[in-house]
Design a binder for this molecule. Structure first.
Ligand code: DC
Length: 220
């Protein structure tokens, strides 16, 4: 069974998806981490982020691997643990442009289908229910207001000791929404058959419980 969770930045997808995967006892695939890891190598290797063909080549040469462990998912690239590095501001600032290239998406989607070809998975991203796995048994479009998503991201970053401005974060969330929704290749859309879940003002546990019961009903 595949549970596809799509939605805009900051809707809580990765927290919810990981918790749903734990509740169901299945694997979790964070596709955003795959685009982020590619962006990180491109920045480190000086590959121009406006060159889709070169980025796709880089993705083929350096496939990212995601290891599910007790402490969460570890993101490995070329033998390095890049779990933290892929969350830094330079990567966050460049990843939308990297993810907009059709050649890059083609590579990533093939890899995602390969990884989830066997077994049961909870997967989060932007195009899982619409492009990667339109046949997913459970499809959720997780969203929340721009203000709420900016507040959550601000709390997450300040919790990590970073000094950040809420307004700048709000602008960044709005900019990424626009970039992800308006790109030509696989824009962020509510997939056919997806249930829209708005998490504004709702606790994570309630959202996780709701999605896990949807999945259990399908599996029953
Ligand atoms: O969910 P995130 O913030 O880690 O995603 C990082 C970027 O990757 C974001 O700009 C959207 C893009 N992305 C995508 O285009 N398709 C996916 N399946 C997952 C993420």
């Amino acid at each position: 069974m595949i549970v596809a969770i799509d939605g805009p930045a900051g809707a809580g997808k990765s927290t919810v998806a990981r918790a749903v995967a734990d509740a169901l006892g299945v694997g979790y695939l964070d596709t955003g981490a795959m685009y982020r890891a590619l962006t990180l190598v491109a920045l480190r290797d000086g590959v121009p982020i406006d060159d889709g063909a070169a980025l796709a080549e880089l993705a083929r040469a350096h496939p990212v691997s995601l290891e599910n462990g007790p402490g969460g998912v570890r993101v490995m690239m070329r033998g390095d643990d890049v779990t933290m590095a892929i969350r830094e501001a330079d990567v966050t600032g460049a990843v939308s442009e990297v993810a907009a290239h059709p050649e890059v998406r083609h590579e990533m989607v093939a890899r995602q289908r390969q990884i989830m070809g066997h077994g049961d998975w909870v997967c989060d991203g932007r195009d899982i229910g619409s492009v990667v796995f339109p046949e997913a048994e459970v499809k959720v479009f997780l969203t929340a207001s721009v203000d709420e998503r900016a507040r959550r991201r601000h709390a997450e970053l300040t919790g990590r000791g970073e000094r950040v401005d809420l307004r700048a974060i709000r602008d960044d969330v709005a900019r990424r929404d626009h970039a992800d929704s308006s790109r030509a290749a696989s824009p962020l859309v509510v997939a056919d058959g997806a249930v829209v879940v708005d998490t504004t003002g709702i606790g994570i546990d309630e959202v996780v419980g709701k999605i896990a019961s949807m999945a259990r009903e399908v599996a029953a």
